[in-house]
Design a binder for this molecule. Structure first.
Ligand code: GDP
Ligand code: MN
Length: 382
């Protein structure tokens, strides 16, 4: 789960990482109120779960109320890389002397946590890293040993940060590393990490990705989840424990296994259709998961046809077929289903389904054939 910047900063605070206090505003009036509370000059920042806000005009300074009104009006409602801006984060503006970059993430190939630090942070970090490999210092941290203050200090020196920033950055890296490990994050990124004109090291931005697999031991994460910006289909799917990603098309897709689900999106696109979603119901594919999956797809008003693509491996097709029959008795469908059922016990599975087939529930033996049928039915439905 990706956090908004303001949530990331709340998360940072728990680990003693220096961030500015501020407030959230959903309207221009609220922005004016928040600016008065934090004190001028302020910075207004679009809250979207995507980077590059600065370049898109989603981060603006304001030194008086008129500028807040002007900038808040222009940023609220703005579209940044397909993400609509519903809220602003407003904090007291920081006087910047230098912009650095710092992050912690997993280095899969080294089986280590990896710290990255650069003296050349800011909105062009990707370009900087691309142009000069040495501009970003990487430190692999053994997860069992953890990060020592000495290692952190050496990294700050190697990255050639300003002398007055070294000790503070070393402490900062230790806190950031603790936030990453104890806070169960997949990524923590601070760009820019700044040296202020009064020589304080301070996190000006916060990109935090929480590790969803650790959610069971973080009840406090629930607060991050309640936001109106998420796709309502994805919220419903998550509540049912499904692995779902909403897309813009009109072919609802259900498959068992993430690889097969992705291939299903591909063949539907290849056949000229547009997937409405990715949905992997996993290995089990019993009546409960199938019914839950059908409910989620069925509640999507864009869906015209549902493509259920099952390949029985360890999960046998006769079990899946029973699951589908039971699920169909529980869910009243708005769209026709095309089912491709193949693999272990496929014929027994098809026999079980025989009596339940209709013009709104058909089976096609091959994946490509089924995709063609799906696209044909979609066209008819439009
Ligand atoms: P991003 O572009 O989405 O990563 O948004 P950031 O939060 O990183 O902001 C982009 C840029 O805006 C930063 O690199 C800074 O140069 C600038 N910026 C952000 N906050 C402040 C601030 O408090 N004071 C000043 N002077 N500049 C800021
Ligand atoms: Mn940034």
């Amino acid at each position: 789960m990706d956090l908004f910047e303001y949530q990331g900063k709340q998360y940072f605070k728990r680990y003693g990482i220096p961030v500015s206090d501020g407030g959230i505003a959903a309207t221009v009036e609220e922005a004016v109120d928040q600016a008065a509370i934090v004190g001028y000059p302020v910075v207004l920042k679009a809250q979207v779960r995507v980077g590059g806000r600065g370049k898109a005009g989603g981060v603006k300074l304001a030194s008086n109320q008129d500028e807040v009104v002007r900038n808040a009006s222009s940023i609220l409602g703005m579209d940044i890389k397909g993400h609509k801006v519903h809220r602003l984060w407003i904090e007291h503006a920081t006087d910047i002397k230098k912009e650095y970059y710092a992050s912690v993430t997993l280095n899969r190939s080294e089986k280590c946590n990896m710290i990255m630090l650069s003296a050349k942070g800011g909105i062009d970090i990707e370009q900087v890293a691309h142009d000069d490999q040495n501009a970003v210092i990487k430190l692999n941290v053994n997860p069992l040993e953890g990060l020592s203050l000495d290692q952190a200090r050496q990294t700050a020196e190697e990255a050639m940060l300003d002398a007055q920033a070294i000790e503070q950055t070393a402490l900062f890296l230790c806190s950031l590393y603790r936030c990453y490990t104890e806070g169960d994050c997949d990524l923590v990124e601070v760009n820019p990490l700044v040296l202020t004109t009064d020589d304080k090291v301070h996190a000006l931005d916060a990109k935090v990705t929480l590790d969803d697999s650790a959610a069971f031991r973080h009840e406090e994460w629930a607060e991050f989840d309640q936001d109106e910006d998420s796709d309502p289909r994805e919220i419903a799917a998550r509540q049912k424990g499904l692995n779902y990603v909403g897309l813009a098309g009109n072919v609802g897709i259900i498959a068992n296994g993430a690889g097969l689900a992705m291939s299903t999106l591909d063949v539907v696109s290849q056949a000229g259709g547009e997937p409405a979603n990715f949905l992997d119901i996993g290995g089990g594919a019993n009546a409960d998961t199938m019914a839950a999956a059908l409910e989620v797809i069925n509640s999507d008003p864009n869906v015209k046809v549902i493509f259920v693509n099952i390949f029985g491996g360890i999960t046998r097709c006769d079990e899946v077929a029973k699951g589908i029959v039971e699920a169909l008795s529980r869910v009243r469908l708005n769209s026709p289903i095309v089912l491709r059922l193949d693999g272990t016990n496929a014929q027994i599975g098809r026999d079980i389904l025989e009596d339940h087939l209709s013009e709104n529930f058909i089976t096609v033996p091959t994946m490509l054939g089924a995709a063609d049928k799906v696209v044909e039915l979609t066209k008819e439905a439009m």
